[in-house]
Ligand binder design. Sequence first.
Ligand SMILES: [Fe+2]
Length: 225
Amino acid sequence: MSDETIHLGMKVIKVWPDDCKSEVCGDPTIHKVSFADTQEYHPRLIAKILELEENHRLRKRYFRGACGTKIHNLEQWVSTEAELITARAKALFRKALDCEQSVVDLSWANVYRTGDYCLPHSHLRSTASVVYCLDTGDEDPEDPHSGRFCFVDPRLRNCCQHQEGCMTTPFFPGMVAGTMLIFPSQLVHSVNPYAGKRPRITLSWSINKNMLPGSPFPANAGNGP
Ligand SMILES: [Fe+2]
């Protein structure tokens, strides 16, 4: 499993680099990992997503608070960079859940433009969700929380720092370009309104151990960070 590789042009990239370790992030059910070789695939992947965002059948835009513009189904993008990062998401699932199998139910990119945000939601039809940050976009000097992903779930102890079961403190796991996060799909999360100009771009996958029957759509029920 750890020997799995993908060819990007002339380069052979390990799906799971040898020195890469995931860590518990704020709660035992949440794990985070950072990849150091992002230069090998970020530029082409970002260019691909911005091209698809322009005008593509997989592109969907609902409303401003529905997590930006979505481009679904990475496996249909004809992109080896998308294959690589999907293989990493699936590998993280197997590591975090200590299992042999991982099947993607639905995957998508989110492109946030100025004013876009993501209302609190959970992900349907999956055991775990993986989120990957391709570009955090511009920082807002007047609002350090602008465009930031956070958990707002009363089941997380670090969201309830004053009274058990009372969600008073959003938990920001801290994501930079190259950060991948895995968490139970039921955990409620959101993204604050994004004020920057450069597009903020993330990827999401809903993953299970086995394939589920039926379709993951209607997609407007499944938001993404
Ligand atoms: Fe989400």
